[in-house]
Design a protein around this ligand. Structure first.
Ligand code: SR1
Ligand code: MG
Length: 399
């Protein structure tokens, strides 16, 4: 019988004392539940000085932002911890450190990152972290290369595809990214002023065929162990530092999904800037976001190619020229998945602070309109944008 119980604040302190690995466990005396994501409980554990020392995170048996009417597997805590541990082997500097996890309690203990801030919140404030995008591209290169067939032994890779099979969390993505925004659905949450634009998505057969292709590859292409939900709310930043958290959507999927999701959130910030900042600051922020998009892709692509040249273990995949050809397909997928992220965050259920924090209603609607039209163009053009310069040009043309 499962020993699962939902933690109270006191349970979280007791658990951190046992499993936090701190020198003086009795100094941990207090906790505060700070989870503001859609799914889980997150406790900060404080010492006698009031300093936050450690994080205890527990999965609930349902989707937190909806309630018990939407049950959700507790196995996501194991999947999250094991994905982060796996990514941490290959990119420790940019992956949050997991100190302990327990699959039965669906709980994990991890390093405290209180000296960092969530990147989305910083983007909303117009704060720039010039190294963050290059670091993010580096994290993507390291984690995606080392868990792929370029590097993994074929037996180990197949075992890991099974270990990281994540049907319930993938089902959320399959619905929220690839179905609901393109149909009438109760969970959609776009502004009523954009009904005609939403209707145009629903009526666009060419667009829906392209989205079907992206969904099909999400179902089938077990290319690498993805983070699976790498948006700016899953990334902590500080001056010169970046740490990725929240990998419960981890599974073996198409590499372009992670890169496209990450870039898509930078472009949501690009679209939202005029609604959040005064004009001069907004113009600067938009240029910074385009630089971030360029740096993320270049850092990923250069990192992946260098790793492929140096460390490919499969004799056929190591053939000179193959990694570059493969990256061409990853590039097209990246643009397509980036488009679906823009649309699902604006038309669909999972709305983000970049848009929600815009006070002026007319401006908010315009920012959403821009994100939707950009998302649609990117999905349709995914196979026809030759390189990063052409992508940046397309984004500028969108307005
Ligand atoms: C029901 S969960 C909605 C969204 O929150 C998570 O962070 C993922 O992005 C998911 O799509
Ligand atoms: Mg998350």
């Amino acid at each position: 019988m499962s020993q699962y119980r939902t933690f109270t604040a006191a349970d979280a302190v007791e658990y951190a004392r046992q499993f936090g690995g701190v020198d003086n466990p009795d100094s941990l005396v207090d906790s505060l539940e700070v989870g503001d994501g859609n799914l889980n409980l997150v406790f900060k554990i404080f010492d006698t000085q009031g300093v936050s020392r450690i994080i205890v995170k527990q999965a609930l048996p349902y989707v937190r932002c909806v309630g018990e009417s939407w049950p959700l597997t507790l196995d996501r805590a194991r999947l999250e911890a094991e994905t982060l541990i796996e990514h941490g082997k290959f990119c420790p500097e940019h992956t949050v450190k997991i100190l302990h996890y327990d699959a039965d309690l669906a709980v994990m203990v991890m390093e405290d990152l209180s000296d960092h801030a969530i990147w989305r919140g910083e983007l909303v404030k117009g704060k720039n972290y010039p190294l963050a995008a290059t670091q993010l591209g580096g994290y993507l290169a390291q984690t995606l290369f080392h868990t792929s067939d370029f590097f993994q032994h074929p037996y180990q890779k197949k075992k890991d595809v099974i270990r990281f099979t994540n049907p319930e969390l993938c089902d959320i993505t399959e619905e929220l990214f690839f179905n609901e925004p393109y149909e009438q659905h109760d969970r959609n949450a776009y502004p009523r002023e954009l009904e005609r634009l939403a209707e145009a998505l629903r009526d666009d057969e060419e667009l829906k065929v392209a989205v079907a292709g992206l969904k099909h590859r999400f179902f089938s292409n077990a290319e690498a162990l993805l983070h699976g939900d790498i948006h700016s709310g899953s990334i902590f930043v500080a001056e010169g530092r970046l740490k990725v958290i929240d990998a419960e959507f981890g599974f073996y999927g198409p590499i372009g999904f992670d890169i496209g999701t990450a870039i898509g959130n930078l472009l949501i910030s690009y679209c939202a800037a005029p609604g959040l900042l005064v004009p001069r600051e907004a113009a600067d922020a938009r240029e910074q976001r385009l630089n971030d998009v360029r740096d993320t892709w270049n850092s990923f692509a250069e990192g992946f190619l260098a790793l492929a040249a140096e460390k490919s273990t499969d004799r056929a995949l190591a053939t000179p020229g193959y990694a570059r050809e493969f990256l061409g397909k990853v590039w097209s997928d990246t643009i397509g998945y980036c488009g679906t992220e823009l649309i699902r965050r604006t038309v669909g259920m999972s709305q983000v602070a970049d848009i929600k924090n815009i006070d002026d209603r007319a401006m908010q609607v315009e920012c959403v309109r821009q994100a939707i039209t950009l998302g649609r163009s990117l999905i349709l053009l995914a196979n026809h944008v030759p390189d990063i310069d052409a992508l940046i040009m397309r984004i500028r043309q969108n307005g």
